[in-house]
Design a protein around this ligand. Structure first.
Ligand SMILES: [Ca+2]
Length: 167
């Protein structure tokens, strides 16, 4: 995996800060609420590379320069996984470190028709740090019956919780 070098892979820990950096909202005179740029919404894809902004944020890729998604996620065989019996098939993706607001699921298919979605728990992810300023997360998947296996990553923004008030 060779991610395209993009600035600012570090520093953003919440989507709203990333969004404001690349797609700043504007304040129109007299209005109280800033105007959100729709190109910065988490499901928008302004560079047309089939990676929605939320995944561009996760991967640390540039939302206005098309990226090759296989640079950021793929299948691999990992040997020597602690507690595993021999080499294991894994789905891997790169992500910026220190994000506080994203959960993941992986969607797998052998025929591009039937898909099986699995939520990924943080404790299920094998993490390797410092790959082009990102960490690589791997999760063990079942080898397919056929020779084909397709995977896609789904990221979901956590709703920002209301602050807890101690009484
Ligand atoms: Ca995109």
């Amino acid at each position: 995996m060779e991610p395209n070098g993009t600035p600012g892979t570090g520093g953003f820990t919440v989507y709203g800060d990333w969004q404001e950096h690349y797609f700043p909202s504007t304040i129109v005179g007299g209005e109280e609420e800033p105007i959100i740029d729709p190109l910065g919404l988490s499901d928008a894809d302004p560079d047309g590379d089939e990676l929605p902004n939320l995944l561009e944020y996760v991967f640390g890729s540039h939302p206005l320069r098309p990226s090759e998604k296989t640079n950021f996620m793929n299948f691999a065989t990992m040997a020597e996984i602690e507690g595993a019996d021999g080499p294991q098939l894994v789905f891997q993706f790169l992500r910026r470190p220190d994000m506080e607001d994203v959960t993941y699921a992986v969607d797998l298919s052998e025929d591009l028709k039937t898909w099986a979605l699995s939520e990924l728990m943080e404790e299920d992810l094998l993490l390797e740090a410092n790959i082009s300023n990102r960490e690589r997360a791997s999760v063990i998947v079942m080898p397919p019956d056929s020779s084909n296996l397709y995977g896609r990553l789904q990221a979901t923004l956590l709703e920002m919780k209301d602050p807890v008030v101690e009484e």
